[in-house]
Design a protein. Structure first.
Length: 169
């Protein structure tokens, strides 16, 4: 079983996302503190952390599902993992928002701005990683060698060994 070529791209996106999250946590915390004191600091940190966790669930679920590459049930495992992760993070995201909604320490505008900036930053990271990765248009496949093609043609009676002319229809 070989590793999928997309794994390298997904790991790179995860690593860059972690770096961007750390930067956003520092910048968001400082700006949140300047705008709204300790409440703004915590609002920004929670929003950045929430975005990082929820956005990384998709990448992690794909990496886990890719471990089953080559298994006859790879496609159902892959889609089950990705869709299951999506549904799980959607439900948990809504629960977290309902729990945080009435918290006295939360500054809603700082939280919203930090959350939106974190999501946009994550999307930018994904685009940059995908644009910079050198992946062939068709990957994870093996093409036959010239000898294998010639042997198959000889076996099918389309041409004889050493014949370079094309068969007539």
């Amino acid at each position: 079983m070989s590793a999928l070529s997309s794994n390298r791209m997904l790991r790179t996106a995860l690593a860059w996302s972690a770096i961007v999250t750390a930067v956003l946590a520092v910048v968001g915390g400082i700006v949140g503190f300047l705008v709204s004191g300790a409440s703004g600091l915590w609002s920004a940190l929670v929003a950045v952390l929430m975005a990082a966790i929820f956005l990384s669930v998709t990448i992690i679920s794909i990496l886990i599902a890719n471990r089953f590459y080559g298994d006859p049930l790879f496609v159902p495992i892959f889609f089950g993992s990705v869709m299951g992760g999506w549904i799980l993070k959607f439900v948990v995201f809504l629960i977290v928002l309902f729990v945080l909604r009435d918290q006295p320490w939360l500054t809603p505008m700082v939280f919203l701005v930090a959350l939106v900036v974190s999501i946009v930053a994550s999307l930018v990271v994904d685009v940059v990683v995908m644009m910079r990765m050198r992946m062939p248009a068709v990957s994870d496949t093996t093409l036959p060698t010239a000898a294998e093609v010639e042997a198959a043609e000889v076996e099918a009676g389309e041409r004889r060994h050493g014949d370079t002319s094309t068969p007539e229809a």
